[in-house]
Design a protein around this ligand. Structure first.
Ligand code: EPU
Length: 433
């Protein structure tokens, strides 16, 4: 998608006229590590339910640049890392994709060395990689920084299994070291691991192909290192994107009468559903759907405010913090939003204030939202992927027209979003500036 694309949205002025069905795509943050894990295999791996998003394209380009073969037939992807011809991650692509860092574990474990720049991605705080560097040192690697690149080399030619206690629960660090452990010499024990569904998805895939990983779903993982894995032709299904489902649920809570969110996994979103129900949103769930029912007759002011604190899974996901803050602008009462995971993820608040929201930002991680407030359409610039989605929600609720710039951030994580939103009745169009 073009960097200069914008969305123009006609707001519903608080009306709840959206309705119908919306289908959830495969999870961005699950498919990226799954794709990286192809490096651990001697044969081809195949995944289904792959979302059509820019981050998947970036990861594909990164792998192809290393000599890895990829065949895409949406929504399926086949990856063969039978031969890897380089251990240098492309500078430009890595700078654009934070998830490029996930490749460090499998490449280093298989090839004994890697070089890469500091990974980029959304601007949501400093996003250091110290946990990765410390972990690799513990596994017997040496790290040097040359010009703008990290160069890491396993001293004995192979990473060595060891015990690593993560000083913080990091999703991508847990995934990276789980993959490193699969090809390391001996046993790797990881403590204080992240337990997000995307981590579990990766572990389940690797185990289904013969990896010896114990403790899946807990904060301690034990991995017995071995030879390259074999997929033997099986196709692994990517999990549904819980953040996408949560975003549409929040949008529906504010702007839909009846909305069926299908092909999702409500159990991965338990806290979001709980909070919205407590606030007064009529939600029903089944094994693979979430439904908002007869919401049209409840005005948004009837919804109660609440305090929101982001937390590692199963707590409230940071990736839904901005959309939920928009919800709070429409509810009655006061709610404190406390972002505990990232330092720069309240940047969007100033734009919501320009739309008419009553928000006092206390510090880079805490703000007070008072509601209900009427929002007015404005010209908005999404500072990151999830804030971009929050602006789609605020623009939908608002009176009048909004323009959302920086749509390339939204395209990184949400496939064909305007098409799907149009289908449930939103007046949204993509324009090029
Ligand atoms: N951190 C460090 N040092 C490290 C690694 C992380 O200080 O070496 C800090 C981070 O700066 C942050 C905290 O640890 O303050 C936790 O971050 P984590 O490492 O868990 O985040 P991540 O793995 O970089 C993934 C998702 C993010 C999501 C977070 C939290 C992927 C590709 N990205 O990032 O997704 O917000 O976990 O759940 O899985 C998004 O999709 O928009 C997105 C940003």
């Amino acid at each position: 998608m073009d960097k200069k694309d914008s969305f123009i949205i006609e707001g519903l002025n608080g009306e709840k006229t959206l309705k119908g069905e919306i289908s959830i795509g495969g999870a961005k943050n699950a498919i990226l590590p799954l794709m990286a894990s192809a490096v651990l295999f001697e044969d081809e791996v195949a995944f289904s339910n792959v979302p059509e998003i820019d981050d998947v394209e970036r990861m594909s380009e990164l792998l192809i640049d290393l000599g890895i073969k990829i065949e895409t037939k949406s929504p399926k992807i086949k990856i063969s890392a039978n031969k890897i011809k380089s251990t240098e991650l492309d500078y430009e692509i890595s700078k654009r994709l934070r998830a490029s860092v996930i490749l460090t574990g499998p490449i280093l474990a298989r090839m004994g060395k890697i070089s890469f720049p500091h990974p980029g991605g959304c601007v949501i705080g400093p996003r250091p990689i110290d946990v990765f560097l410390e972990g690799f040192k513990k596994m017997g690697a040496e790290i040097s920084e040359k010009e703008k690149l990290y160069e890491i080399e396993a001293l004995s030619g192979k990473l060595v299994g060891t015990k690593i206690f993560f000083k913080l629960q990091s999703v991508t660090a847990t995934e990276t070291f789980m993959m490193a452990g699969v090809l390391a010499k001996g046993k790797t024990v990881l403590e204080n691991c992240a337990i997000e569904p995307e981590v579990t998805c990766l572990a389940e895939f690797l185990i289904s192909c013969g990896a010896k990983i114990k403790g899946v779903g807990t904060t301690t993982l034990e991995i017995e290192g071995g030879e390259l894995l074999k997929a033997d032709g099986k196709v692994f299904e990517n999990i549904p994107d819980r953040i996408e489902a949560g975003s549409f649920l929040i949008l529906g809570a504010l702007s839909a009468d009846n909305l069926l969110i299908k092909d999702c996994k409500p159990s991965d979103l338990a806290i979001v559903i709980e909070i919205l129900r407590d606030s007064g949103v009529p939600i029903e769930t089944g094994k693979d759907f979430i439904q908002i029912k007869n919401n049209g007759k409840i005005s948004n002011e009837k919804f109660k405010s609440f305090d929101l604190r982001t937390h590692e899974y199963p707590g409230f996901p940071t990736d839904l913090q901005a959309p939920m803050a928009v919800f709070l602008t429409q509810t009655t009462g006061e709610g404190i939003v406390f972002e505990t995971i990232f330092e720069g993820r309240l940047n969007y608040a100033e734009d919501l204030k320009r739309m008419g929201a009553d928000i006092a930002v206390w510090n880079p991680q805490k703000m007070l939202v008072k509601g209900p407030t009427s929002l007015r359409g404005k010209d908005l610039e999404g500072p990151d992927l999830r804030a971009g989605l929050a602006f789609i929600i605020s623009a939908t609720v608002a009176e009048g027209q909004s323009t959302i710039r920086n749509v390339h951030y939204i395209d990184r994580g949400y496939g064909q979003i305007e098409k799907r939103l149009k289908e449930i009745g939103l007046n949204i169009k993509r324009v090029q500036n």
